[in-house]
Design a protein around this ligand. Sequence first.
Ligand SMILES: Nc1ncnc2c1ncn2[C@@H]1O[C@H](COP(=O)(O)OP(=O)(O)O)[C@@H](O)[C@H]1O
Ligand SMILES: *[C@@H]1O[C@H](CO)[C@@H](O)[C@H](O)[C@H]1NC(C)=O
Ligand SMILES: *[C@@H]1O[C@H](CO)[C@@H](O)[C@H](O)[C@H]1NC(C)=O
Ligand SMILES: *[C@@H]1O[C@H](CO)[C@@H](O)[C@H](O)[C@H]1NC(C)=O
Ligand SMILES: *[C@@H]1O[C@H](CO)[C@@H](O)[C@H](O)[C@H]1NC(C)=O
Ligand SMILES: [Mg+2]
Length: 482
Amino acid sequence: MGHSLRAAALLALVVLSVLVSLLITSLKQFGSGSTRLSNSTDQEGLASLRSALDLHLRERRKEILPLLLHPDGDKDRVLEEVLEQNYGLDSSLWNEVSGSGKAHRDQMGCESLLDVRAVEVLGSGYTKLVVKANLAGGQSVALKLVNEQGIDMSKCLEDFKDLQGCRELVSYKLQKEMLLLQRLRHPNVIQLKGHCSGLQGGEGVEGGRVTVIMEQGTPLQMIQLLQTPWEDRFRVCLDLVRLLHFLSWSPLGSVGLLDFQPRQFVIVSGQLKLTDLDDVSTEEPACRTDADCVLQFPHRNFTLPCSSQGVCEGLNEKRNIYNAYRFFFTYLLPHQAPPGLTHLVDHIMNSTGELKANINQTLEAFERILLLYKSGIHLDNLHPSILRDYSVMRDMSTSGNVEYRCWPSYSQQGCVLSVHSAREAAYICNSHSHCSSFSLTGQKTWTGRLLASFRSSFGHLVPEGGSEVYLKKSKVPQPPSS
Ligand SMILES: Nc1ncnc2c1ncn2[C@@H]1O[C@H](COP(=O)(O)OP(=O)(O)O)[C@@H](O)[C@H]1O
Ligand SMILES: *[C@@H]1O[C@H](CO)[C@@H](O)[C@H](O)[C@H]1NC(C)=O
Ligand SMILES: *[C@@H]1O[C@H](CO)[C@@H](O)[C@H](O)[C@H]1NC(C)=O
Ligand SMILES: *[C@@H]1O[C@H](CO)[C@@H](O)[C@H](O)[C@H]1NC(C)=O
Ligand SMILES: *[C@@H]1O[C@H](CO)[C@@H](O)[C@H](O)[C@H]1NC(C)=O
Ligand SMILES: [Mg+2]
């Protein structure tokens, strides 16, 4: 039973791999032909290449070992011995040891990939290829595999000319990411659903056939995001800060993201999630003097203090904050911030751009903005009398609408904006020369604010429970007074 299941899983993986290769447009030829050396005088060179590669493989295994140690009691004797001896791990010992880091029982394994339907490429990077798969139950997931066409593989093949060995080397990054995802669970980290390492002994990690199963998202499109309402751009920044706060105080210590770019994130149901976790640092660098603790960025350098224990304290956190500032906040935060909140936004821009605030203070500042924005306190200067210019029709909506566009609207066709209250909507309508009415349908944004639809005119009113229409008196033809 177990064997047929494994065989079937392997078959599914093979089918998947074939599909994946077909989907890659720029399929480059390489493999057994180019990696097997025909020149017999090169045999010695090959052997020395192999031992150089073995060295790298051992380094990668050693790097992963600490992550295999589970903090919750259940310590593994073999693993501890290996760590103590600082053993040059060969792959059979590795398989024995890494077996202890197996998926939890609630996770998906190879069997869930048995009946994989429709495959589509979601993205790829230097190391990994990410494809969408529809599982038997109809659930969509993202599968991460070694990117055979990626820079990591090409460089390794160029250096070592060993397809199998290179797959193994690169798959350790996938393995590391999986272990980090297990330990760093958070709403703003992509959810790990399981993994499949092919067959034990033979294939598996050794064969470089690791598939990580995770929730599916949509790659972050910065250009698109720039065109969305401030409320949505603020959400991305807030999510990022919540993530960085978690990483600073994580179970693994302060985690620094070394490859911090928008493309390492995806959106799942409007929420920002970190998906690329293989290139992180869980240790602060050692130092002798402050000069050893320099954070370098293209337009800015920072020198941090070297602590009395000889580590650059807080370096990971500071690097994360500045990267958040330069890749996210500068593009997403200041532009069209609500008038009553601009001073708070400016303050965040300055304190993160100058690394004056730590992550706790930064998170506090963001949560405060969220609170104010939700409560509408920042609108206190809008006088209630502003609504006197409007007549209200409750449980009504409009039909035969003449729309006008505004920017940035929640709807392509018309002008749909989020408001705290009818009062704020009236204020907006007054500032749009085309506006003669607006309606509130009860639809809400992620902060709980109301979506208001602004119009220049409409055919007639129709009954609709829960919806309200506000007509601007000065723009409505007055019925003849009797
Ligand atoms: N869960 C996911 N859902 C959708 N797309 C994803 C997911 N994870 C990653 N991607 C996309 O795949 C790309 C490559 O994944 P990533 O883990 O960053 O690989 P690499 O380490 O090679 O950069 C990402 O830039 C992202 O666009
Ligand atoms: C074989 O290797 C030798 C030494 O590396 C080299 O001089 C020779 O050109 C190679 N021959 C072929 C056919 O690649
Ligand atoms: C940052 O430091 C590097 C190395 O010392 C130096 O070359 C570079 O000019 C500095 N950049 C800025 C903006 O100060
Ligand atoms: C922060 O404010 C100071 C003083 O106004 C200014 O000189 C500096 O350029 C600002 N820094 C950033 C990153 O906005
Ligand atoms: C920052 O927040 C963390 C987690 O909430 C907390 O443990 C820590 O004490 C705080 N640190 C400071 C300096 O406020
Ligand atoms: Mg990436």
